[in-house]
Write a protein that binds this ligand. Structure first.
Ligand SMILES: NC(=O)C1=CN([C@@H]2O[C@H](COP(=O)(O)OP(=O)(O)OC[C@H]3O[C@@H](n4cnc5c(N)ncnc54)[C@H](OP(=O)(O)O)[C@@H]3O)[C@@H](O)[C@H]2O)C=CC1
Ligand SMILES: Cc1cn([C@H]2C[C@H](O)[C@@H](COP(=O)(O)OP(=O)(O)O[C@H]3O[C@@H](C)C(=O)[C@@H](O)[C@H]3O)O2)c(=O)[nH]c1=O
Ligand SMILES: [Mg+2]
Length: 282
């Protein structure tokens, strides 16, 4: 059995669709603010692989709650990895582009130095280090700009705002790869299967949607596909102040994912699917 931490999140819900036989632990079954409980859950269920799809993802709020974010995103994954190492089963752990400082214009490779700009990024980096330190079979999958029909995400925010407003001001100097939760879930399952036979493939991998765009570019695509008459005005990040600073360059080089037979997903195609799904629900 594959054990998944997370139940209500974007990636967890897509994992449930693709792999209904997996076991999903929501907050009630395993609270990541109690890392020992996560360790105990793995020991108790003795799965053949573990996927961690739960995290503290409120980027701005993390600035005020760094200790809690660090327990959930740093200590809990480290404890999961220790339990997985004991059992000899692989852990697939999801991380973020926000571990980088966003300098330059080239895509970051997995081995490039990290330097998070905010508390969320620091907490996720702590998780990466904890997972690696446990010394077992693992994949750290760094992804970015996750969207889906569930939960909170930029696509749903834009659809909501775009319905009421004629224009929206959106940052155009942060560049990255929007990634569907569906594609991430598929990648996690593929990697979890392969790592069981090939623990030598352990390491950090990048997985983000292509082609790279800005949040403003992504917003325009959302309005176009949804048929909403809302103009997107390009603004610099300096005109959209937020408690946490975001990286300007979130481009990630995903080439090494080919080791698992995975390529970058086309976010346009996935965005069409998500918007169609949301329209179906409405
Ligand atoms: N969202 C994004 O844009 C990006 C996300 N990532 C990473 O991808 C992964 C999946 O993110 P995504 O699906 O978007 O996340 P969501 O924000 O959609 O969901 C987060 C999940 O974590 C759970 N969770 C939060 N705190 C706890 C806790 N203390 N104990 C147990 N569960 C908890 C939530 O449960 P509940 O519903 O009960 O709160 C929820 O199921 C994370 O590792 C995230 O860091 C990486 C790049 C971009
Ligand atoms: C709503 C809105 C946002 N923005 C900007 C703010 C921000 O720079 C950008 C995206 O807004 P969000 O709130 O979705 O950003 P954010 O929550 O920081 O998204 C991040 O979440 C974490 C979990 C990750 O790991 C990252 O990969 C990334 O997806 O758009 C505008 O410019 N105009 C607007 O009207
Ligand atoms: Mg957000």
């Amino acid at each position: 059995m594959i054990l998944v931490f997370g139940q209500s999140g974007q990636v967890a819900q897509e994992l449930a669709r693709l792999s209904p036989d997996a076991m999903f632990l929501g907050r009630d079954q395993a609270d990541l603010s109690d890392p020992d409980a996560c360790m105990d859950a793995i020991r108790a269920h003795a799965p053949r692989a573990v996927i961690n799809a739960a995290a503290y993802t409120a980027v701005d709020k993390a600035e005020d709650e760094e200790a809690l974010a660090t327990t959930i995103n740093g200590t809990a994954p480290a404890s999961m990895a220790q339990a997985c190492t004991e059992l000899g089963v692989p852990l697939v752990h999801i991380s973020t582009d926000y571990v980088f400082d966003g300098s330059g214009e080239q895509p970051f490779t997995p081995d490039q130095p990290t330097a998070p700009l905010g508390a969320y990024g620091r907490s996720k980096l702590a998780g990466e280090m904890g997972v690696r330190a446990a010394g077992g079979a693992h994949a750290i999958l760094r992804t970015s700009w996750v969207f889906s029909a569930h939960g909170n995400n930029f696509v749903k925010t834009m659809l909501r705002l775009g319905t009421d407003r004629d224009t929206l001001r959106v940052v155009a100097d942060q560049i990255g790869g929007p990634t569907s939760a569906r594609a991430i879930a598929h990648a996690c399952l593929t990697i979890a299967e392969k790592l069981q036979e090939h623990p030598d493939l352990s390491g950090i991998y990048h997985f983000s949607g292509a082609p790279a765009t800005s949040w403003a570019g992504f917003a325009r695509a959302i309005m176009a596909i949804a048929g909403l008459d809302c103009q997107i005005e390009d603004i610099p990040s300096t005109e959209f102040p937020t408690p946490a600073q975001r990286p300007l360059n979130s481009r990630m080089d995903c080439a090494t994912l080919a080791r698992f037979g995975l390529a970058q997903p086309d976010w346009h195609a996935d965005l069409r699917d998500v918007i169609a799904e949301l329209k179906g629900k409405a």
